[in-house]
Write a protein that binds this ligand. Structure first.
Ligand SMILES: [Zn+2]
Length: 355
């Protein structure tokens, strides 16, 4: 089944349940509510969920400002939003989580998190966890996968994209919507390459097409340490998303350990508090493995989030692979409410997206 068909089916079912007034009922008949936590996963919140001429990955836009505000209001009214340090405190003391416990998380560290999401959260008196790739905060450099999309969307017309290892020999399409489709296909295939080959491909295209990542772009800026410090002072939590946003399971043991340990050190050096939580970059089921979990535990993290879709039941066996509920820009309020009420039925399939 195509991505569009899967999205359409969930959305239609959600609207139907919403119209029938069935959502509050679903929330109460659903089993297994005790000890669980819904962890929402966002990337970017922009003024519009479909900005005109946007040359970066539109699938990283989780919601518009208006949509995000409505989602947070719903969360505050119908669930129990918590901070990670509160959840960890409950776990350490053996106190069950309250029914309806929920956490809000952001991956990567885009500056719209500071400009748009943070004021909304602050005005509602809510907190969220921002998982940032510390190397990008240090350097201000755009994220590699997003830059790949940007390069494909802005390459000169008539260029060819040739990547024999991925069976790609394409003429770059003329119009933006078609280029976005090519970019999504490219992104999916690139993640099959090993880490060095991924980095080499990005570098080659930067050079071939003259679109240097070092130049940056206003639509793809990481936050700064000063912004993160301000957010922390206002009650937000900051966690690790590695140093360079690498797929940890694809790295050598030594480099993987460096990514985990060095990101923790950078956060603690810049923010002055222990960094206790990490989310695995590109966190689908193949983004981390047993060695990754051991490295995260050894570095001193207390909890880790994956990008596998599902409801979390944090405990000794699951503490380093907590599933989340991805929020996507196609999600309208009936769908969001349905996902919160009945996550197993209405969550976005995480295999379609990665963190
Ligand atoms: Zn990420």
């Amino acid at each position: 089944m195509s991505v569009a068909a899967r999205v359409g089916r969930r959305q239609l079912l959600a609207r139907w349940c919403h119209r029938l007034g069935a959502l509050p009922l679903l929330k109460h008949v659903r089993p297994g509510a005790r000890g669980e936590v819904r962890v929402l996963a966002y990337h970017r919140v922009l003024e519009s969920a479909d900005p005109e001429g946007f040359s970066f990955d539109p699938e990283l836009i989780s919601a518009s400002a208006e949509g995000f505000q409505a989602q947070m209001r719903h969360l505050k009214a119908h669930f129990v939003p918590m901070r990670f340090d509160e959840v960890l405190d409950h776990l350490q003391r053996g106190i069950p989580l309250p029914e309806g416990a929920a956490l809000v998380t952001f991956d990567d560290g885009y500056d719209d998190n500071y400009r748009i999401a943070f004021p909304i959260l602050r005005d509602l008196g809510m907190s969220a966890m921002f998982f940032v790739s510390t190397g990008h905060i240090d350097s201000g450099r755009p994220y590699a996968y997003d830059w790949l999309v940007h390069m494909l969307c802005s390459a000169p017309t008539g260029e060819r994209l040739q990547v024999p290892a991925l069976d790609i020999d394409w003429e770059i399409e003329e119009l933006l919507p078609e280029r976005r489709r090519q970019a999504a296909d490219l992104l999916y295939r690139v993640k099959l390459l090993d880490d060095d080959d991924q980095a080499a491909l990005v570098a080659r295209l930067e050079n071939d097409w003259g679109i240097s990542r070092a130049a940056g772009h206003p639509d793809c800026r990481p936050m700064t340490w000063d912004q993160l410090r301000e957010m922390q002072r206002a009650g937000m939590e900051i966690g690790s998303h590695g140093v360079d946003h690498r797929m940890l399971a694809k790295l050598s043991q030594a480099r993987m350990v460096d990514e985990v340990r060095d990101s923790k050190r950078a956060l603690e050096r810049e923010l002055g508090v222990p960094a206790r939580v990490i989310s695995y970059p590109v966190g689908g089921p193949d983004a981390f493995n047993h060695d990754t979990v051991e490295a995260v535990r050894a570095a001193g993290f207390d909890l880790a989030c994956s990008y596998v879709a599902g409801v979390g039941h944090p405990g000794p066996r699951t503490q380093f692979s907590l599933p989340r509920l991805p929020v996507e820009r196609h999600m309208d309020m009936p769908w969001f409410q349905a996902m919160m009420a009945m996550p197993e039925l209405f969550t976005y399939a995480s295999r379609l997206r990665t963190g």
